[in-house]
Each structure stands twice: as structure tokens, then as C-alpha cells.
Design a binder for this molecule. Sequence first.
Ligand code: AMP
Length: 235
Amino acid sequence: MGHRTRLIVLGRQGAGKGTQCARLAACLDVPHISTGDLFRAEAAAGTELGRRAQAFLDDGRLVPDELVLDLMAARLGGSEARAEGYLLDGFPRTLAQGQALFEVLGRSAADVAVELHVPTSVVLPRLAARRVCGSCGATSSARPGDPEPNVCVGCGGEVARRTDDTDQAIRRRLEAYDRQSGPLLGWLEERGILLRIDGVGPLEVVHCRLLNAVGNRVPLAAGEDDVPDDLVGAG
Ligand code: AMP
């Protein structure tokens, strides 16, 4: 089998990262691994890990690195996970997580890391307009003058602003992202694997920018991967 892409995608809240990651993973034919989704699934299933993460998920704080690393070791530790490639959405999010990822999986942990860059002036109104359906969870965007609460076009459920989407809370989360991911971005840049992509523009245009950038960086077929022996068969 040829080399399967291993990709990290970073971006601030409201940058459209979730949507772009889903499409990009489909194009690259690799699993889309979102730590947020994995945590929500663990919490819904009531596992020990899920219970410990719940309070952090509820108020939008980062889950402690130790829990995140437990979760990701279980998902990425096996040689199979690396063989089939992946798109990591929302991990790593701190320098410590990035260092742990490369320490454990070696240089082949990621071929490339992409930051989807969108300035605060663009993400603030996007997040303020974000509405989530209470029934199906679909995200939509409120237009000025829309009645509140509105109904979901998909299922007819009631859509509302997320409780953590107040202007002040949004600013706090964006500041937290800059503070925590800033050192990680610098470190990935030093490793020579960081690409910064302009995330402003129509969905299709941003998708093409991502695909072009990643396609130019990822080898179509690579030789042997430098997989450390101690990891083969682990997990
Ligand atoms: P997301 O769906 O990416 O917005 O993530 C939802 C929530 O999951 C975040 O607010 C954090 O509580 C948690 N989370 C997801 N990924 C990470 C990570 N890499 N490190 C710490 N917490 C995370």
C-alpha cells in the first residue's frame, strides 16, 4: 500500500475547521479523527474517561493533557491506525500534546500540519451568529432580523445560541486558543511542517486552497516509514 497521509489541522473556533476537515479527509481517503467528537462520544457512553472530561467539555475549557493523551494513545497507538493514515482535527492543541505525539509516534506522526487562519474580525460575528439545533445538533447561521428561537431546516427542532457563545465567552475562548496554540504553531513551524492557509472565503474556495497546499506537500508514494519498533503492534 502507498503512503497514506497523516495530517494535523489547527484553527481557531469559527474558522470552519470541522466542515473543512470532513471534506478534506474524504478527498484524502483517511479517517477524520476529531478529539472533540471522541470526547463527546466517551461522555455519552459514560466511560471513566468521558466522566472525567465532562466538566471541561461543558464549559469549553481544554481537557487536561493527560486525559487527551490517554484518548489519543488508544486511537493512534496501533500500527493499523498509522498504516491507514489520518486527519487529526483538534489535536494536538497545546505544545505538550504536540511534543508527546511526536515523541510517541516518531517523525512519521505527521507529514504536514495546516493552520486554517481566520482573523478575529471574521470569526467573532460568525460565532455570534452560530445557532445549534437542540434536537439534531446541526449548526446553522442566524441572519439579522431572524426570529428567535428559530426552527431547524433539517428536523424542525428548536435552534438556539450556545450558552458559551456570548460575546465575552467567545473572546475568552479565542484568547485561550491564541495563548495555548501559539507556542505549538511556532514549534511545528520550526520542524518545517507547518502550512498557513487563508481560511477567509467561500467554503469551496477554502477547500481547494487546502487540498492544493496539502497535495503539494504529501508524497504520493513514500518509502519505508520510520516507525519505531516499540510502537509496532502496540495499543
Ligand atoms: P471541539 O469540538 O474541537 O470544539 O472540542 C470540544 C471540546 O473538547 C473542547 O472545548 C475541549 O474541552 C475538548 N477538547 C477537544 N480536543 C482537545 C484537545 N486537543 N485538548 C484539550 N481539550 C480538547
